[in-house]
Design a protein around this ligand. Structure first.
Ligand code: PEP
Length: 249
């Protein structure tokens, strides 16, 4: 059995005033069975973690450095995220791969650091529009998966997120068949690499323009175990609808 996870990625959005959204979300999580996560900007991580400490809401970082500590101005280690209350960290988001030149090898090193600090790594994979048009999607996803995930993962410390780059923040969503094809492929690769038990237990999220209006359809696709949600996680009223849709799936 995989665990269901509704994960919000706030990216570079949110100041203290936006913690009111978390308050509203917390008031609406009663009875929710699915795992719920928000990865706020690092400036809000500690406060959000404290607010969520008696709830099912987990918090996480949006990246971490592969190193433990040292002369790396502006960077944060996995241990620092953990110390601020995080239990997850998003790694290899396409915006990090593009804006910061992160390679799959870099992401694997960061994932190792995350695991060593007892964080669950949410490792993102996704093809560009040009790669999809050239029918290279599965090759790209297979390569990113092989390169970005360390060998010694356990199912409770790894989540994979399939996020087609062309669907992030655009309002464009792949067809359910396209989502299904990639998620089945990821599941098969995880089983091939980590074995029947571990490979079948790793949660695979879909991300890219998930909204209250399309969430139920996406969650009905086999091997979709939840969502990584950007824009729609910023407002509690939207995110709670997505969480409830996952709970009902
Ligand atoms: C994301 O940032 O990971 C994402 C999926 O964004 P959005 O939901 O806004 O497309």
């Amino acid at each position: 059995m995989t665990r269901k996870l509704a994960a919000g990625n706030w990216k570079m959005n949110g100041t203290s005033a936006d913690l009111a959204e978390v308050e509203t979300l917390l008031q609406n999580l009663g009875g929710v069975q699915t795992d719920v996560l928000i990865c706020p900007p690092a400036t809000l991580l500690h406060r959000m973690s404290e607010m969520a400490s008696d709830s099912i809401l987990a918090t996480g970082g949006q990246t971490c450095d592969a190193k433990l500590s040292g002369a790396h101005t502006g960077d944060l280690s996995a241990e620092m995220l953990k110390d601020a209350g995080a239990t997850y960290v998003i790694l290899g988001h396409s915006e990090r791969r593009d804006d910061h030149g992160e390679t799959s090898e870099d992401i694997r090193e960061k994932a190792r650091a995350a695991l060593a600090s007892d964080l669950t790594a949410v490792v993102c994979l996704g093809e560009s529009e040009a790669q999809r048009d050239a029918e290279n999607t599965l090759d790209i996803i297979g390569g990113q998966l092989a390169g970005s995930i360390p060998d010694d993962v356990t199912a409770d410390r790894l989540v994979v997120a399939y996020e087609p780059i062309w669907a992030i923040g655009t309002g464009r969503v792949p067809t359910l068949e396209q989502i299904s094809e990639v998620h089945d492929f990821i599941r098969a690769r995880l089983i091939r690499r980590f074995g029947e038990t571990t490979g079948a237990q790793i949660s695979i999220l879909y991300g890219g323009s998930v909204k209250p209006t399309n969430a139920s359809d996406i969650f009905a696709v086999p091997n979709v175990d939840g969502a990584l949600v950007g824009g729609a996680s910023l407002k509690a009223a939207d995110f709670i609808q997505i969480i409830n849709a996952l709970d009902a799936a």
